[in-house]
Design a protein around this ligand. Structure first.
Ligand code: NAI
Ligand code: 15L
Length: 291
C-alpha cells in the first residue's frame, strides 16, 4: 500500500493512505481525531459509541472490537492503526476479555491478513502498577500488572511482540501515564501526559522510519519521573509540557491517608479496584414487554 513521505521540521512524516483510529469517540480518541489529521490521507474512525458526523478526509466505521469479522472489515484497506479502543479502567474479567483481549487479537489478526505494517497500541502504566512508588522503571523492567485491565495491556504488548517476530507487523506500545487536560492529584504530578505530548508521541510512533517492537512510557516532562524512555530514543519523542504549573494548587490539597494505595503503588487505586461481578446477560425481551 502506498505510503507518501512529506517533510516536517522534526521527523519525516509518513503520510499513510488510510489510517485507522479505534476508540475514536473516547477522551483520547477525540484528541487524536484532530491531532492525527496530517498523518493520513484518509482517517478511518471507529468506536462502539457515537462518532458524530464525518469531516472532510474522515471515514466513520462503527464496530464492536469483540466481533472478529467486523474488525476484519474495519481494518481492510488501512495501512496503519492507532488502537485506543477498549475498556480504559478495571472491569469484570469477562468484559475485559471481550473488549480488550479478544479486541486486540482481532485487530492484530486483521492487520496480518490485510498487510498493515504498523500499529500504535495504547498500553498503560498499569502493566507495571504493582511496582512501589518511586521505583525507577524502563521498558525492560519486570511487569507487575495491577488489575485485569493491566493484564489485558500486558497481553496486548505480548501480542504485538508476537505479531512482529512472526509476521513483521511493527508496533509502538505506548504505556500511557495519566492523559487528561490537567493533572488532578499528587500522583499525576509524576504520571501526567498532556494532550499535546500525547499527540506528538503518537505522531512520532507513526513517523519513525522503524519501530520494530518498541515500548515507551507516555509521560510529559514532569519534574519527578519514575519512567525512563532512553530505550525508545529512536522515536525522537521530546515531551514539551510539564505538570509543574499545577503543583502549588495540588500540593495545597490534603495529603493522602496512610493506607491509600496511591502512597504505596504506582498503579494507585487500580491495585484494589474490584473484583467486579460480570453483569448478568441481558434476557431478550418478548415483543409484549417491549411494546
Ligand atoms: P475512553 O474510555 O474515553 O475511550 C475508549 C473508547 O473505546 C470509548 O470511546 C469506548 O466506547 C471504546 N470501546 C470500548 N469498548 C469497545 C468495544 N468493545 N468496541 C469498540 N470500541 C470500544 O478511554 P481513553 O482515556 O480515551 O483511553 C484510550 C485508550 O488509552 C484506552 O485503550 C486506555 O486503556 C488507554 N489509556 C488511557 C489513559 C488515560 O490516561 N486516558 C492511560 C493509559 C492508557
Ligand atoms: C489508565 O490506564 C486509565 O485508562 C486512565 O483512566 C487513568 O486511570 C490512568 O491509567 C492513570 O493511571 O492515571
Amino acid at each position: 500500500m502506498a505510503v507518501r513521505a512529506t517533510a516536517t521540521a522534526k521527523n519525516t512524516m509518513q503520510k499513510y493512505e488510510r489510517l485507522l483510529l479505534t476508540g475514536a469517540a473516547g477522551g483520547l480518541g477525540r484528541v487524536l481525531r484532530e491531532g492525527l489529521r496530517p498523518c493520513g490521507r484518509i482517517l478511518r474512525l471507529s468506536d462502539i459509541a457515537p462518532l458524530g458526523a464525518a469531516s472532510e478526509g474522515e471515514e466513520l466505521m462503527p464496530c464492536d472490537l469483540a466481533d472478529k469479522s467486523a474488525v476484519d472489515a474495519l481494518v481492510r484497506g488501512c495501512d496503519a492503526i492507532v488502537h485506543l479502543g477498549g475498556l480504559a479502567t478495571e472491569h469484570a474479567f469477562e468484559q475485559i476479555l471481550e473488549a480488550n483481549i479478544k479486541g486486540a487479537f482481532h485487530v492484530y489478526e486483521a492487520a496480518r491478513r490485510h498487510g498493515v505494517r504498523r500499529v500504535v497500541f495504547a498500553s498503560s502504566n498499569h502493566v507495571t502498577g504493582f511496582h512501589p512508588v518511586g521505583q525507577p522503571l524502563d521498558a525492560e523492567s519486570p511487569r507487575r500488572p495491577d488489575s485485569y485491565y493491566g493484564l489485558s495491556k500486558c497481553f496486548g504488548e505480548d501480542l504485538a511482540r508476537f505479531y512482529f517476530d512472526r509476521y513483521g507487523v511493527e508496533t509502538a506500545c505506548v504505556r500511557i501515564g495519566s492523559c487528561f487536560p490537567e493533572p488532578r492529584d499528587r500522583r499525576m504530578l509524576i504520571t501526567w501526559l498532556s494532550y499535546r505530548d500525547l499527540t506528538d508521541l503518537v505522531r512520532c510512533c507513526l513517523a519513525a522510519p522503524r519501530v520494530g517492537h518498541t515500548v515507551v512510557y507516555g509521560v510529559s516532562k514532569n519534574r519527578d519521573a519514575w519512567w525512563d524512555n532512553s530505550g525508545a530514543a529512536h522515536l525522537r519523542f521530546e515531551p514539551r509540557d510539564s505538570s509543574e504549573p499545577w503543583r502549588e494548587r495540588i500540593e495545597s490539597q490534603p495529603t493522602a491517608e496512610s493506607g491509600d494505595p496511591a502512597t504505596q503503588y504506582q498503579g494507585a487505586g487500580f491495585v484494589q479496584a474490584g473484583p467486579f461481578e460480570t453483569p448478568p446477560a441481558e434476557t431478550p425481551k418478548t415483543p409484549k414487554e417491549t411494546s
